[in-house]
Ligand binder design. Structure first.
Ligand code: GLN
Length: 303
């Protein structure tokens, strides 16, 4: 497959695009990023890396981190995780609270904010030094000790993340949060503030395309665990646009309000895009368009 040529074509079309969406500004620190950035990187099943555009520049991965936190919680707690959080798409925006009340504090899935806050609570209970150990886990998978949190972004969200405070207190009121709201959200905001580039993201997410094993062939997840996490990415990875992403792109994936998207075809490849302008549902506008072009041009999707 001529991946390099395809990525270069997509990247050059994206760089000419006038309609680039809106950069997120509800986390003030994110609004400082230029909407002119675009990068796309792909790691194939043999570990060959292809890239085009701004693929080495790090950005805030935001909700993409929810998949990584879930994978660590799943490793530590196994199927017990599903007693605390459900596995159904919400059909709602990522920060909605209404279903939480209707469903007694059990979030619909671990990839919306409420669900990720419960996963953060699990990690705060399970780990002695949650922020340090989570970062070590991600660095180890990527085999890259340079990956770090962006303190400015974490602090910026801590000052303005009122809806996440509301969600956490609501969950706590239903008895589904073991630790203090402040402690859980401190971890959650740092987790979301992980900085990574497209080429680092494909290395980390390679484990979900490679039956749970990283590029160095070390096992992190069982095949059954990878199957479940990929299913969640397909059905819940894009909030109320999960159907649209499956329809247009046809891959399990996850987006973040920093403008990143990562998607994969099991046993074939892992691909990441970055373009900070978001569509009205909070997903990267050019990233979604790029991935639609990619699966259409290559004919490679899970369908
Ligand atoms: N940290 C962001 C929030 O909690 C993550 C949202 C996202 O990337 N969709 O609002």
């Amino acid at each position: 497959m001529p991946y390099q040529k395809i990525l270069d074509t997509i990247s050059s079309e994206a760089s000419k695009s006038k309609e680039r969406g809106e950069v997120a500004n509800y986390i003030p620190e994110l609004s400082k990023i230029s909407d002119q950035k675009f990068g796309i990187a792909l790691l194939d099943e043999q570990g060959h890396l292809f890239e085009s555009g701004d693929t080495h520049e790090q950005f805030s991965i935001q909700s993409i981190s929810k998949v990584l936190a879930l994978s660590l919680a799943f490793r530590l707690l196994g199927d017990e995780v599903w007693k605390r959080v459900d596995v159904e798409p919400s059909g709602d925006p990522f920060n909605h609270l209404s279903l939480l009340e209707q469903e007694n504090g059990i979030p619909r899935n671990p990839l919306i904010n409420a669900g990720a806050i419960v996963v953060s609570d699990i990690l705060v209970s399970q780990l002695q030094h949650p922020k340090k150990e989570f970062l070590q886990y991600v660095r180890k998978i990527a085999n890259d000790p340079s990956i770090a949190y962006d303190e400015q972004v974490a602090k910026s969200e801590k000052r303005t993340g009122f809806k996440n405070y509301a969600a956490a207190y609501l969950i706590k009121s239903y008895g589904n949060l073991e630790n203090d709201v402040e402690e859980v959200l401190d971890f959650y905001f740092y987790q979301c503030a992980l900085s990574m580039s497209c080429q680092q993201l494909v290395k980390v997410f390679y484990i979900f395309a490679n039956r749970g094993k990283c590029l160095q062939n070390n096992p992190y997840l069982s095949l059954a665990q990878v199957k479940r996490i990929n299913a969640l990415m397909l059905t819940c990875g894009f909030y109320d646009e999960a159907g649209e992403f499956a329809f247009e792109v046809g891959l399990p994936g996850k987006s973040g309000v920093g403008g990143g998207i990562v998607a994969l075809l099991p046993e074939k490849f892992c691909v990441a895009t970055w373009s900070p302008g978001l569509n009205t549902k909070g997903n990267s506008k050019l990233g979604m368009e790029a991935l639609e072009k990619f699966t259409t041009k290559t004919g490679l999707s899970i369908f």
